[in-house]
Design a binder for this molecule. Sequence first.
Ligand SMILES: *Cc1c(COP(=O)(O)O)cnc(C)c1O
Length: 421
Amino acid sequence: MPMSQAFKDRLYPVLTDIVSHFGTPFHIYDETGIRETARQLIETFSALEGFREYFAVKALPNPRILEIMSEMGFGFDCSSIAELVLSRRIGASGEDLMFTSNNTSREEFQAAADDGGCILNLDDISLVPKVPRMPELICFRYNPGPQRSGNSIIGNPVESKYGVAHQQIIEAYLEARRRGARRFGIHTMLASNELDYRYMVQTTKMLLDLIKWIRKEIDIVFEFVNIGGGLGIPYKPNEPAFDLRAMGIEITKLMKEFSRQEGYCPRLYMESGRYMTGPHGVLVVRAINRKEIYRTHIGVDACMSALMRPAIYGAYHHIEVLGKDPQKGLETVDVVGSLCENNDKFAIQRPLPPIEDGDVLCIHDTGAHGHAMGFNYNGKLRPQELLLRHDGRVELIRRAETLDDYFATLNFDPDVLDLRS
Ligand SMILES: *Cc1c(COP(=O)(O)O)cnc(C)c1O
């Protein structure tokens, strides 16, 4: 079920006041819910020493959210310079940071090495000689190729641009060792929004089998295995929740078994984004136009710059109309933004209570890959972000973009390279 009853109970009674103070549109995140999910994840792997979540920063790159994750003991998975800098700004350093870039540039290697470094997670064997100073601890992202099927968002591993191919993985570690690496980890990321917990169990088994083989071949032991993110959340009502408990039990069993056979146990790392914050955010918008042509279109005051998933992936986001009871009758509508793109729709042919101008709509599950994905195409600005705090107060954690922000990179005074001699 999208958006928990507990979040609704915290938000809905105060939402009218929040709307009148801050104005729409905004994303609002639920600190209590985020902390509860974080505790559940920690509990899931409490039998494994050294388990750590590296929150995938790209899901919700806001310093206030990262502070909460840091307080829960989590590190950060970063894949750009901005994400590294953001994580460092809230105090993360060294092995709190995993840098999982791909098609890595010289500038990115430099940023990774700056300020006390981070765990470098290399995406390709060709990058090994390009690392300016090989760190002591190195990790590779593994792509199993035809051995695994992948899933619908992330795609088939054979077609994926990510990771070191199976036939290169031994050579990759050998080369890193030749260049000075002494400590090793391994990483993979094969799923996205996967609701079947067994996929993560299989991924763990795959990595454990792989590191057994690598040890036999070149005598490397691994400090950690990072099974990536990709845990799914139910966006649709009646979709089953991801079975965290069952995943914990089965992965713990695999790790203990490995430990008995191999005489050592790597730490388990994970880098979930969506699962940690996705259900704990909603996009709150106001209906501003009702248009009846061949279909009924409900125009709202946000557009895909605030939430791209429906337009990009055809993703379903549940919608509720504040103060309107769905039991009292529904009409089928498209809920649309104002961008000049016909896929700028939050919902297509969705049964909703009759909506009039001024009604407030809650678009569920926007806490991950929501605001973060937004763009400025068509000059559309991104909305503010709020945090419904533990103590019941509401904090503005990002203001809305302004036209000045949009114009900030434009040159109104000519800046010209003159090559005429
Ligand atoms: C996007 C990403 C994640 C997080 O994915 P979720 O589906 O949000 O859990 C983790 N690791 C890497 C390398 C990623 O690119």
